[in-house]
Design a protein around this ligand. Structure first.
Ligand code: ADP
Ligand code: MG
Length: 868
């Protein structure tokens, strides 16, 4: 191989970072070579060039300037790529041969720390998955910017893992080499997550404290995989990493991937944006930390009555005292992102401005602490007591850092006077020296009578006295020593001036060095407070979420739910929290929802667009809101704790997995049926719609029966199979309800009111009428409907209680009427039939040849077929 030594060096390093873009530092540029260069040029839209690398062909190359690299790196990382930063690690001037280079950090989607690459109100997670056995996976995730790690057991197989990942901002997943290829592909292609591999046989050592609270071997292992990856990418110790926290999934309401998506909890179904989601309604948080915590709470509703009530109590506290709440909201506005600030402190990349933000935030803490004491609820006062305002840290920052420091930490002007004696001495020396020079200028002007005489400074010659050529003759011989000649001036120095100069420059140099040292020291001291600042951040974000709940509850007229122990659920005048907010012209029609032990299953019927889906979703969202500790959209709310919500809602094909509607329906149904307990909530919206009528109806009925017999949990089942309403007669725990649609002035109007009993069967036709289809067509449809219903009743899936089956005679009679009574009664849409009949009756059979008869029969047959 004829490559130059530098390219050889490149190739050697690149071999270790195959899955990254290698940013190879060359002077003031990061250069990319070979395939990296070709891909980067495309992704970043930069010019692809080439260079001679010693080989026969020139080597593709592209580069980005060192000082503007961040944006390019950001673009790549946002697209899911990884970037390895390779720096020159020795001084090129003293290097023998090729400058030594090393990768100093990997920047990957799951490990970014830079402010510009993170979204303020979103966490940024790196996860690890370790397959244990059967359906058991050990799962962990870390947010590097805040230092939190959660670890859990997932016992529902791969789908359970996907449900945990879904909607959580997990940007990257680490697995050990040998992990199931199909799973990896699914993560990459469908979930759009970067997957990285680690070699589990040589994991780096984990700091003791990180796994202090985790005993289980598999859980420890998955944390170790996670840590190993963090360690290899960051190449330094990560001091703000909190202990990994075990999450017992059974302590939280479980929402599978389908429900998270169908219920539009944190993002809308179609557009995948926050607008239109429950989060959008509930988010009135003030701080970024609060916004992130709200999302976390939404994703893990509580199950313990005690903790739910405790949150509700606090929400109520904030709800009741409006004035205090307003003041809290205001105070929170000046609290910076303490959580992420600690991450940057730990990483050693905070500057003086960050510390000023920390200081400003800390200054507000005592105000918040005091405000909380003014609430009437003792639970809120309790929050106040948990706040440690960290006076020592505040004092340190107040004493040490100037109010408006520069971004750079190496050029001085950071440390306040009075903080450090030595620094003050240098500063005095510098100031006094400058004063002395100013005096000297005055003195010399007077002595020489040259008014334009001035003392200047430049980096090469230091301080000098400058006199224009015109005035040179006024300078007494030997007064100054000549230093430099310019076109129209001469520059001089004096021994005294140089002495002072030495003092000033020395002082300034020392000052800059010392300020830098002092700053590093202050940063180190701040580091020791990290766990306390993290605690503070946690309480502040909790307060923020609670005040947000209170604010939303008040503005939208929500009510505090109570939780019964007897399984009854009663929502008086319940509303859909999101739809009522997005409706512009009409008013949302509230409905009562009632379910108890005796009749936990509701079968809802009603025309399309009448509000069935809305009704079902509002129940799920209300349950969820209650269990995160928020008030709920109703006039009165009695809930019982739900352990899991299962949904099958929406007709859109599953875009994530690319499966057909019906397959998705069945997967979702199966998921519900196999995991639901007596305390779950199941919402099946038009189940069976994705397949043929009988198939769908048969499956729907069998599923209802199964839930009725074997699960008995709260269920709402909406259907357009009117036949299913007869199940009420055989299934004692099922109740029919329907959404009313009424004919007003001959028009069908959706009242969106839910009532007991089954809906009028012909609502589909009413809707067609509403849509403005021609009158005769509507009448014709009614007739066909009747015929179909009667005709098909014999082939229905067997139920003993088919809704008042018409007697055979009745059916025949009706069909007879249809054919015979056409002359008077048939509407114009029946023209064809009447024409056929007319043709038949007008035939003169005796005058026809057999061939003519056959032809005629053929014609009639064709016409009749066209009618379908
Ligand atoms: P269905 O599932 O019966 O076809 P949807 O629940 O999808 O009907 O509701 C259709 C539309 O009707 C909704 O988008 C909403 O605009 C309106 N709607 C539904 N329920 C109500 C209600 N209770 N009050 C006012 N409008 C409603
Ligand atoms: Mg619907």
């Amino acid at each position: 191989m004829g490559y130059t030594p530098m390219i050889q060096q490149y190739l050697k390093i690149k071999a270790e970072y195959q899955d990254c873009f290698l940013f190879f530092r060359l002077g003031d540029f990061y250069e990319l070579f070979f395939e990296d260069a070709q891909r980067a040029a495309r992704e970043l839209e930069i010019t692809l060039t080439s260079r001679d690398g010693g080989s026969k062909d020139r080597i593709p190359m592209c580069g980005v300037p060192y000082h503007s690299a961040e944006n390019y790196i950001k673009t790549l990382v946002e697209r899911g790529y990884k970037v390895a930063i390779c720096e020159q690690v020795e001084d090129p001037k003293t290097a023998k041969g090729v400058v030594k280079r090393e990768v100093i950090q990997l920047i990957t989607p799951g490990t970014v720390m830079e402010g510009t690459m993170l979204q303020d109100t979103e966490n940024n997670y790196l996860a690890s998955i370790h397959y244990v056995e059967n359906d058991y996976f050990a799962f962990a995730y870390t947010d590097m910017s805040t230092g939190e790690t959660s670890v859990m057991r997932i016992t529902r197989g791969w789908n359970g893992v996907l449900s945990e990942i879904y909607n959580r901002p997990i940007k990257e997943v680490v697995v050990e080499s040998g992990f199931n290829e199909a799973y990896i592909k699914e993560l990459q292609d469908k979930m759009k997550i970067t997957v990285s591999l680690v070699d589990a046989s040589k994991l780096s050592t984990v700091p003791n404290s990180f796994l202090e609270e985790i005993e289980d071997k598999a859980l420890r292992h998955t944390c170790m995989i996670l840590y190993d990856y963090i360690h290899t990418t960051q190449k330094r110790t990560i001091e703000h990493l909190k202990n990994a926290q075990y999450i017992e999934l059974n302590e939280y309401m479980l929402l599978d991937m389908f429900s998270k998506r169908n219920l539009e909890i944190t993002s809308s179904f179609m557009r995948k944006e926050k607008y239109g989601s429950l989060l959008w309604v509930l988010d009135r948080t003030v701080t970024a930390m609060g916004a992130r915590k709200l999302k976390k709470w939404l994703e893990r509703p509580l199950l313990s009555k005690e903790s739910i009530e405790s949150r509700l109590e606090k929400t109520e506290g904030f709800y009741e005292d409006f004035m205090q709440r307003q003041e809290i909201r205001e105070a929170l506005q000046s609290i910076y992102d303490l959580e992420r600030l600690t991450g940057r402190v730990a990483f050693g990349n905070v500057n003086a401005r960050d510390l000023i933000q920390l200081k400003n935030s800390l200054q507000k803490i005592p105000i918040i602490k005091q405000l909380l004491m003014q609430f009437s609820k003792k639970e809120i006062q309790e929050l106040s007591k948990q706040i440690n305002p960290l006076p020592e840290l505040l004092d340190l920052l107040e004493r040490s850092i100037m109010d408006d420091p520069p971004v750079s930490i190496t050029e001085g002007n950071i440390i306040k006077s009075g903080y450090n004696k030595e620094l003050d001495t240098y500063r005095d020396a510098s100031t006094n020296g400058k004063k002395w020079i100013a005096n000297l200028e005055q003195k010399e002007r007077e002595a020489t009578n040259i008014r334009s005489l001035k003392i200047g400074f430049n980096k090469v010659f230091g301080y000098y006295i400058e006199i224009t050529k015109a005035n040179l003759h006024l300078v007494p011989e030997g007064r100054y020593e000549r230093k430099q000649t310019l076109t129209n001036a001469e520059r001089f120095i004096t021994e005294e001036l140089k002495e002072k100069e030495t003092i000033i420059l020395e002082a300034e140099n020392n000052m800059i060095d010392l300020e830098y040292q002092l700053f590093l020291d202050i940063r180190e001291q701040t580091k020791r407070f990290i766990p306390y600042v993290q605690n503070l951040a946690s309480i502040i974000s909790e307060i923020d979420v609670l005040q947000s709940f209170a604010t939303v509850s008040e503005e939208n007229d929500y009510v505090r739910p109570t939780f019964s122990n007897n399984d009854t659920l009663y929502l008086e005048e319940s509303r859909h929290p999101v739809i009522e907010k997005v409706m512009d012209s009409q008013e949302f029609v509230p409905n009562t929802i009632e379910m108890d032990n005796k009749q936990p299953i509701l079968l809802i019927t009603g025309p399309n667009m009448s509000g069935k889906s809305t009704y079902m979703r509002q129940l799920a969202l209300t349950v969820l809101m209650g269990q995160i500790g928020c008030f709920v959209p109703a006039k009165k709310a009695k809930l019982s704790i739900v352990d899991q919500i299962f949904t099958r809602i929406g007709a859109a094909d599953d875009l994530v997995s690319g499966q057909s509607t019906f397959m998705v329906e069945m997967l979702e149904a199966n998921n519900a049926i196999s995991h639901a307990t007596k305390n779950s909530l199941i919402l099946f919206d038009e189940l069976g719609r994705g397949t043929s009528t009988y198939d769908g109806m048969a499956l729907a009925q069998a599923i209802i029966e199964h839930i009725h017999e074997h699960i008995g949990c709260k269920t709402i089942f909406s259907t357009h199979y009117h036949e299913l309403t007869s199940l009420e007669k055989t299934l004692s725990r099922l109740k029919n309800i329907h959404v009313r649609a009424e004919k007003i002035n001959g028009k069908v109007v959706f009242l969106h009111q839910v009532r007991e009993g089954a809906a009028d069967e012909s609502y589909g036709i009413h809707v067609a009428e509403l849509a403005g289809l021609p009158e005769d067509l509507i009448q014709r449809a009614s007739i066909i409907l009747e015929r179909l219903e009667n005709g098909s009743s014999k082939n229905d899936p067997p139920t003993e209680t088919k809704a008042d089956p018409k007697s055979v005679e009745q059916v025949d009679a009706e069909q007879l009427t249809f054919f015979v009574d056409n002359k008077e009664n048939l509407p114009s849409s029946n023209q064809k039939e009447s024409e056929i009949i007319k043709t038949i009756s007008n035939l003169d059979i005796l005058e026809m040849t057999p061939m003519q008869a056959l032809n005629c029969l053929y014609e009639l047959n064709k016409q009749a077929k066209k009618k379908g």
